[in-house]
Design a protein. Structure first.
Length: 153
C-alpha cells in the first residue's frame, strides 16, 4: 500500500518509511468485505482475479475496509468499483479467514461477507460470471464458505 500524493521525503515526522510500513502491513490482520450477490436462478456472481496474488483465480468480489469507513459503505464502494453496481447491503453472512495467504507469506486478511442486492438487474461485468456450481480455481476458503453458507457445491 502506498500513501498517495505524499513523497517519502516530505512526509511528516513520525511516518514510517515505505519499506518498514510494507513489512508491518504484511504481518497484521487486514479487514476486508466480501460482496456476495446470489440468486436462486443464476447462482453466485464471481470475478476472475486480474491482480496479484492469485491472478486467474475465481473469487468473491471484495476489498479492504478503509480507515474510518463504515462496513456498509465499504460494501457499496467495492460493488461500485469492482462490479459497476449500486447495491443495497443485506445481512452479514459470516466471515472468511484466509490461512492460505499468511501460510504463503502474503498477508493476513479476514473478510466479512455481506449479502448484496443489486438495485437493478445485474449483468456479469467484464471478468465476471454467474455460477450455480462452484468453479475450479475458486479460492479454497471462499469455496468452503459458499458451500456452507449459500449451499453451492
Amino acid at each position: 500500500m502506498t500513501i498517495p500524493c505524499v513523497p517519502e521525503s516530505s512526509r511528516p515526522a513520525g511516518w514510517l518509511p515505505k519499506a518498514e510500513f510494507d513489512a508491518i502491513f504484511s504481518r497484521v490482520p487486514r479487514l476486508s468485505v466480501e460482496v456476495v450477490i446470489c440468486t436462486p436462478e443464476r447462482g453466485v456472481l464471481l470475478m476472475l482475479r486480474d491482480i496479484p496474488p492469485n491472478v486467474g483465480a475465481w473469487h468473491i468480489p471484495g476489498g479492504t475496509v478503509l480507515f474510518g469507513e463504515r462496513l456498509t459503505d465499504a460494501v457499496r464502494r467495492v460493488a461500485r468499483d469492482e462490479l459497476g453496481l449500486e447495491v443495497t447491503v443485506g445481512d452479514l453472512l459470516g466471515y472468511i479467514e484466509y490461512p492460505s495467504h499468511y501460510e504463503n507469506g502474503l498477508d493476513s486478511p479476514v473478510g466479512l461477507a455481506f449479502e448484496a442486492i443489486p438495485n437493478a438487474r445485474a449483468l456479469a461485468p467484464e471478468g465476471g460470471a454467474w455460477f450455480t456450481t462452484l468453479p475450479p480455481g475458486l479460492y479454497a476458503e471462499q469455496a468452503e464458505f459458499l458451500a456452507r453458507r449459500v449451499g453451492l457445491t
